[in-house]
Design a protein around this ligand. Structure first.
Ligand SMILES: N[C@@H]1[C@@H](O)[C@H](O)[C@@H](COP(=O)(O)O)O[C@@H]1O
Length: 246
């Protein structure tokens, strides 16, 4: 595992964008796993800049997003489908049918989940999966006490997650209570993982995830067992680990 500590959010975002762009430059047909939330917004901004400056070309890339609220319509500005258009897809040249996000208004959740994992498999698996982390250690929407063996599935959001994500909605009651998320198995099958975190609110969980017990109670702790993980954290999020990694 490589741990990169940056001075601030902007540097974290630049570093992460460079790593994603390098993946695409080395393998133009890369399959990227993408994340949402506040953390990767800066990384997407940097990637758009790099695309505009001809430093990276996404025309052969395939993308799979980690998760989507359920139920939610793609036109809802809080859907992750909307987020991805807004922050990345509308600004770059990924082919329309190469972008995948779980369908938040499917009538057949089981088929949607099965089909999603199947599509990842058919694309050759995820080359690089970008992750953020919830303050409770969730990745995607895999909340504490999840089974590590799960593929894409429907999850019920923890109250802590609903409260954390309420900042994006007008009212807390508007936050959907469920989501469709890649499972821990899906995530662990990615060839490489890039996890980003910034700010003091993530400091404790970053320490637990990296140096605590590997347990379903802290879903991200399983990443300790993945052979190719890069963690990019700013100083604030790294405050409890800085002395342990030097
Ligand atoms: N499902 C998403 C995760 O993919 C994200 O990593 C996490 C942290 O979000 P943020 O980056 O806004 O702190 O919470 C959300 O609930």
């Amino acid at each position: 595992m490589r741990i990169i500590i940056t001075d601030n959010y902007q540097e974290m975002s630049k570093k992460a964008a460079t790593l994603v762009a390098s993946q695409v430059n080395i393998k133009p047909g890369s399959v990227l796993g993408l994340a949402t939330g506040g953390t990767p917004v800066g990384m997407y901004k940097e990637l758009v800049k790099m695309y505009q400056d001809d430093e990276v070309d996404f025309s052969e890339v395939t993308t799979f997003n980690l998760d989507e609220y359920y139920p939610i319509d793609q036109t809802n500005d809080q859907s992750y489908a909307y987020y991805m258009q807004e922050h990345l897809f509308q600004h770059i040249n990924v082919a329309k049918d190469s972008m995948h996000i779980p369908n938040g208004k499917t009538k057949d959740v089981d088929q949607e989940c099965y089909g999603y994992d199947q599509a990842i498999y058919n694309a050759g698996g995820i080359d690089l999966q970008v992750l953020g982390i919830g303050t409770n250690g969730h990745i995607g929407f895999n909340e504490p006490d999840i089974t590590f063996e799960s593929g894409t599935h429907k999850v019920t959001l923890d109250q802590e997650t609903i409260e954390a994500n309420a900042r994006f909605f007008d009212r807390i009651d508007d936050v959907p209570k469920e989501a469709i998320s890649m499972g821990m198995k899906t995530i662990m099958q990615s060839k490489k993982i890039l996890l980003l975190a910034n700010g003091e609110s993530k400091a404790q969980i970053i320490d637990k995830m990296l140096f605590g017990e590997i347990s379903p109670n802290v879903p991200a702790s399983i990443l300790q067992l993945h052979p190719h993980v890069i963690i990019v954290v700013d100083k604030e999020a790294a405050q409890y680990i800085e002395h342990k990694v030097k």
